[in-house]
Design a protein around this ligand. Structure first.
Ligand code: IMP
Ligand code: MG
Length: 456
């Protein structure tokens, strides 16, 4: 008898400041969907941000070795042959995307479908140049220099936006010249203007425009087709709640709306049909500027080196903080989370974790997260948590250089499930869930695909 199961419909969003491990979780959801082998397609959709994102995925080959793959523009489905969709709120960099597509074809034999909303705005090199000029000229926000801020300014300004449908059509040269006319003064002020700018952009984009021409679609309808056909749909957020343009911790934020509920209307889907998964790293990290209330000034900070906490896009060292459940509780509420995947539980092996439950702001204790974290002091609970997943220290700084004993250990942990985890870790998870108001349904104990314990 064939037991029919419901298709996988999940949205994945970061609950901190990015780098929570969303790429890995999405990759596992895609794998789960593909392994059903039910003749249905699997589509991974991105709904915001651009190549400021960096999703690192470690795929294990048959020999047990890990291969590292990083995507910036494309969603994580490229490593497994899933279809990928780019929503209208994405800052779409066709050069970067075409490159990632080619890399995936070479490395994994990628042969999925690629769908880009005809409404999606195109990000050009001049956006990156403006971003860079601001960052180096002292007017920056500590950005990833991928042109994100300048791109969204042009989008909101409407007349300076170039839609993907126009980009791949014969209208492009004329549209581009018109837009560059409007941007000329700004580019001149930053010494970024060249008289042959339009020609060089046209030349550089000739091939990607041809490659991607077929991919321009009326995405909301195509996503509804996927849905109606009983196919698997995974929505992938980039960055994290603390960086949302309106609801993030001002002023050090990105320029897109990244809360999960924003995804649905832009993709033509309905929130009620999806399970929203928040991804939370057991300890928060931040790159660039911006306050981190629980920033560790003690030995706990060395988790950054021990765990290889370096930006996938910028290579910058990430600052590390103690668990901040007050922040998570708000992120859970804003994203309307149904489940949480807790990541990097192995990276705090043998550490003593204290947990922040409240903030001290101007001498007053509060359980509300203020719009600005400047001067906020954490209030920690009395209880601390410590767990050991294995005996003795292991070098976790480079996920690719893992000894065979550790590989086996991780495998054994996954097969013994949640109940097989150390008691103190289970207590940590239970208190966490009670406080933040959601349920931890995934505990990641290693960087590789399959190294997550899923609970039902
Ligand atoms: P932008 O998005 O490049 O404009 O950068 C704005 C802020 O968001 C900076 O503090 C970046 O470091 C941060 N940021 C943007 N994307 C990511 C990400 O994917 N992970 C972590 N931080 C990010
Ligand atoms: Mg990242």
């Amino acid at each position: 008898m064939v037991i029919s199961r419901k298709p996988i419909r999940r949205a994945v969003v970061g609950l901190q400041w990015g780098d929570e491990g969303k790429g890995k979780i999405v990759d596992e959801f895609v794998t789960e969907a593909l392994e059903r082998n039910d003749g249905k397609r699997v589509v991974v959709a991105r709904y915001q941000g651009g190549s400021n994102a960096g999703h690192t995925i470690y795929v294990r080959s048959a020999s047990g070795d890990l291969t590292k793959f990083v995507t910036h523009s494309a969603p994580s489905g490229l490593t497994s042959g899933a279809d990928v969709a780019i929503g209208p709120q994405v800052a779409f960099n066709p050069l970067a995307f075409a490159q990632e597509l080619q890399d995936a074809e070479k490395t994994f034999g990628y042969s999925g479908r690629v769908l880009v909303s005809e409404r999606t705005g195109v990000l050009f090199q001049y956006h990156k140049d403006i971003d860079l000029a601001r960052e180096t000229g002292g007017n920056g926000v500590g950005s990833t220099k991928q042109g994100i801020g300048p791109f969204y300014e042009d989008n909101a300004n409407r007349v300076t936006r170039i839609h993907f449908a126009d980009y791949v059509s014969d209208k492009f040269p004329e549209r581009l010249r018109k837009v560059l006319d409007l941007k000329r003064r700004q580019l001149e002020e930053l010494s970024l203007w060249k008289d042959d700018l339009a020609d060089s952009i046209l030349a550089e984009h000739e091939v990607p425009r041809r490659i991607l021409r077929e991919n321009s679609v009326n995405l909301e309808y195509r996503m509804r087709d996927y849905f109606a056909g009983g196919n698997h749909i995974i929505i992938e957020g980039a960055q994290g709640t603390g960086l949302d343009v309106d609801m993030g911790t001002l002023p050090d934020i990105t320029s897109s709306h990244l809360l999960a509920p924003h995804a649905f209307p832009s993709l033509g889907l309905s929130r009620k049909d999806f399970e929203i998964w928040g991804v939370e790293k057991v300890y928060p990290t931040r790159v660039g500027k911006g306050d981190l209330p629980t920033l560790a000034n003690d030995d706990f900070a060395s988790v950054a080196e021990m765990a290889g906490e370096m930006g996938a896009t910028t290579g910058r060292r990430r600052r590390v903080g103690y668990p901040d459940w007050l922040f998570i509780r708000r992120a859970v509420a804003l994203n309307d989370c149904d489940a949480i995947a807790l990541t990097r539980v192995d990276n705090v092996q043998d550490r003593n974790l204290k947990v922040c439950f409240a903030y001290q702001v101007n001498g007053f204790q509060t359980v509300e997260v203020p719009m600005n974290l400047d001067g906020v002091e954490p209030v920690y609970g009395r209880e601390t948590y410590s767990w050991n997943l294995w005996e003795g220290p292991k070098d976790l700084s480079d996920a690719l250089r893992v000894d065979s004993e550790l590989k086996e250990k991780r495998k054994a942990l996954v097969s013994s499930g949640f109940n097989g985890l150390p008691d103190r870790l289970k207590e940590f998870v239970r208190s966490h869930d009670a406080f933040v108001g959601s349920k931890t349904k995934g505990v990641s104990i290693g960087p590789g695909r399959g190294e997550t314990i899923y609970l039902e």
